[in-house]
Design a protein around this ligand. Structure first.
Ligand SMILES: [Zn+2]
Length: 192
C-alpha cells in the first residue's frame, strides 16, 4: 500500500443511499511506497557504538540495498524501518539481542601459540584467520597468557548495543528473481 504525506479529508456527500467519501490532495504531493516485506530498500547509514565511535558507514559509498523482511538486515533495525518511506531519517537504537546477539562463552577457545603462522605479531585485539573443518573463519585474539592464546569466535559486534542513523533513499518492489535469490540485483546490489 502507499501512503501520502498529505491527504485532506474534504467532505462526505449523501447521494441517494450511498455515501461517497471524497478526498482531495491539497497539492500534488508525491506518493511514496512505504517499507514492507519483499520491498527493496536503498539507504545510507552510519553505525556507531555506545561510545559514539563510528563502526561502519555508507557515506562516500553507494547506498546499501536490501530486501525487507527476509533476514537481510539485523531484526532490530528491520523492525524500526518498517513503514518508513523515501526521505525519512531514522535514528535507531538496537539492543544486542536484536542485533548480533549476546557474547557466548562457548565461542572462546584456548589454543597453543605454536599453532600460529604468519608475520604479524600475535597481540590481543588482532584478528586472525582460522582454517577449520567448516572452512576459513575469522577470530579475534582475546588474550595471550604464555603459550595459551584465547580466541574469540563471536561476531565482532556481539554483545554490543548499536546506534544507526539511517536515511531512506528509495523503496521499490523486489522482482521475482531477487526474491528467489534473497538479495538485491542492479546498481546497488548483486551483478550476475
Ligand atoms: Zn541474485
Amino acid at each position: 500500500m502507499v501512503k501520502s504525506n498529505t491527504i485532506d479529508y474534504l467532505y462526505t456527500v449523501k447521494f441517494d443511499k450511498l455515501f461517497y467519501n471524497l478526498y482531495l490532495c491539497n497539492s500534488l504531493e508525491i506518493i511514496y511506497m512505504i517499507i514492507e516485506t519483499n520491498r527493496v530498500v536503498s539507504m545510507h547509514y552510519t553505525l556507531k557504538d555506545e561510545e559514539g565511535n563510528v563502526l561502519d558507514t555508507s557515506a562516500n559509498r553507494e547506498p546499501l540495498a536490501y530486501i525487507q523482511g527476509i533476514g537481510n538486515l539485523i531484526p532490530g533495525l528491520e523492525t524500526q524501518l518498517e513503514g518508513k518511506q523515501k526521505g525519512d531519517k531514522v535514528a535507531a537504537e538496537v539492543e544486542a539481542k536484536d542485533a548480533y546477539g549476546d557474547v557466548r562463552e562457548e565461542l572462546f577457545h584456548i589454543v597453543p601459540k605454536s599453532g600460529f603462522q604468519g608475520d604479524e605479531e600475535l597481540v590481543a585485539g588482532i584478528q586472525v584467520q582460522l582454517d577449520t573443518e567448516q572452512g576459513p573463519m575469522i577470530a579475534t585474539v582475546a588474550k595471550i597468557d604464555g603459550e595459551d592464546v584465547t580466541l574469540d569466535l563471536n561476531h565482532p559486534l556481539a554483545g554490543k548495543k548499536l546506534f544507526f542513523d539511517v536515511e531512506i533513499m528509495d523503496v521499490r518492489e523486489a522482482d521475482q528473481s531477487e526474491l528467489d535469490h534473497g538479495h538485491v540485483h542492479g546498481p546497488d546490489g548483486h551483478h550476475h
